[in-house]
Design a protein around this ligand. Sequence first.
Ligand code: DGJ
Length: 731
Amino acid sequence: MQKLIEFDEKNKVFHLHNDKISYLFGIEEGGYLSHLYFGKRVFGYHGQLRYPRVDRGFSGNLPGSLDRTYSLDSLLQEYSGTGACDYRTPALDLQNEDGSYAVRLVYQGHKITAGKPKLPGLPAAYATDEEAQTLAVTLKDELTGVTVTLLYTIFKDLAIIARSAKVTNAGSSKVALKKVASMQMDLLRQDMDVISLPGAHANERHLEREKIGQGRKVFESRRGASSHQMNSFIAVLEHKADEFSGDVYGFNLVYSGNHSFEIEKDQFEQTRIVAGINDFNFEWQLDAGESFQTPEVLLAFSSHGLNEMSQNYHQLIREHIVRGKFKHREREILVNNWEATYFDFNEDKLKTIVDEAKELGIEMFVLDDGWFGKRDNDNTSLGDWSVYAKKFPNGLKHFADYVHAQGLKFGLWFEPEMISHESELYKEHPEYLMQVPERIPSPSRDQYVLDLTQKAVRENIVAQLSALLDEGYIDYIKWDMNRHMSDVYSVALPKEKQGEVYHRYMLGLYEVLETLTTKYPDVLWEGCSGGGGRFDTGYAYYMPQSWTSDNTDALARQTIQYGTSLVYPPSVFTAHVSAVPNHQTGRITPFKTRGAVAMSAVFGYELDLTKLTVEEKQAVKEQVSLYKKIRPLVQFGDFIRLKNPALGDQCAWMFVAKDKSEALVFVFGRLVQAQPTLTKTKLAGLAEAKVYEEVTSKAKATGSELMELGFYDPVVRHDFSAQMYHFKAID
Ligand code: DGJ
């Protein structure tokens, strides 16, 4: 394979490149790593970006040096420590056994290998020796012997570099890690914005954009989960950049726990980005000989705006994150009984929904919360994963057999990381509940978090789920998590290791997920956390799809799905048609619009099918049969955002087949006006010279016409409209 990583021995410069991008950094005076460039592919490098020497007041110099023009306080770096005149946000912060906080990271050696190593115990992108190459650069603090190995993997065909760091205590004394970022990047670019994806429960991942000003800004989660409140992603982009033009740098952490993305614009208008595990309540004891591996950050670059960045992420997540037999498999259209029944169901009621589902062509029935323990509401039974005999007097298998006999697959809801006070598990094992000794723990949804740092807790989860899965009738599992962490403490750890609990919890969770997904490879796993509360690339490593949001309102979902698509491909997020008035917003939207929004992802229903009118049933049949036709395009085509709902009265996106032979376009109207402003929709990603025909109207146009001229959107006389166009190349 072509060389993707080169080291210029003479000038001490590393150059990672493929056809799309180049990443350059060098070993500067004193052995410090200096960031040179990340951007569009360059052919060669002749040293022009060596950091200029300037004498700056109050920016101290290298230890023992008389050169006042070289300071770590201004040098653009790759991974900085503390204690030596760099006053900006560090990547690594630690306390040595003598109480000092100094760590000086100086180049020691490097190694280039084919492929991409696994990160022990952590989810990470994977690649064969033909698909990627990896550079490992080791830095060392001479005094203590602490080393940091920075990993950089460049993929052959993607504008993405994966970065992580491993800290090893190669000295003989103890070290307490206070902060270990996965990556740092220093940029000399002034006119930049930052995009983040904040939100709330039932209101996730809104695209928010702001100017990067001086000072420090942090986008983070301290909730023990990647969270609804702030997704584990930021993009730093030129102020003039939009969906189709301008330079964009993306940073996506492959991790499901506490995270932070720090941006600091320094006194010289240089911007530092540091990303990784949040240092909130974090402290990790590293004894001599021990190592700490960070999760990885996927660093993307696009010189053509946000869409190109997203397409790179989508391709990477589909091909190098999602694993197992569902990776390339079309996902079933399901009906989930949550919004249809909530806790109020029994076997007979569910059978009526299953019967309808069969009639309508739906492919899977998912039994949501309420089937286990004595669960009639959300106050009880979490932890008791055995069937609730009152609702299923003949056992769960009996009902699953019925579902299978109707030709549908059978899916089941779990919330394995939780415990209710009112449960058999709590009676037997109160010590499994995560809490601080002698403090009353805080409930949330009347439930508590299990302490997954304890081996016995992890084994209990695996044993309980295995007992059901071994019966062989479960085709799908929805893995939910309906509260965030509090009272973070583990009785299994000594007091000096309590700063490790947040991360040890994640390692425990990943161990359980790895065990179960490996043991049951035929089961399709859907991630969920009160909707999209754990919607991250780490989770996608185990869960080929995730429930996007508990908000099923078609209008709210446009904003949520638009933001989600910045990083995550529609093949990993699920969307369901639900009843109106919508249960979360009370809004009434047309059935067609609810269908169009849900069909823009992994599709399903979440309503009582037996309560539909004859016309609605007909509409479901048509949607189901249409989705079966367009499913490969939606789940595996290229997704392109066209109109951001936050910037106008419309939302639009499209899907294009890899060979550009087909495209599917969705245009959503929001509120109508009496005197409407006429609007056009212009497409993207088509073959310029190909002639396309729209399947329904039979209108013909070349790709270039559709992309440059566009077409008028129809004037509609109702709110929340949806138009769908299906173009097929005819020559
Ligand atoms: C939150 C999920 O997001 C919902 O879809 C549903 O499964 C409920 N939990 C059940 O408690």
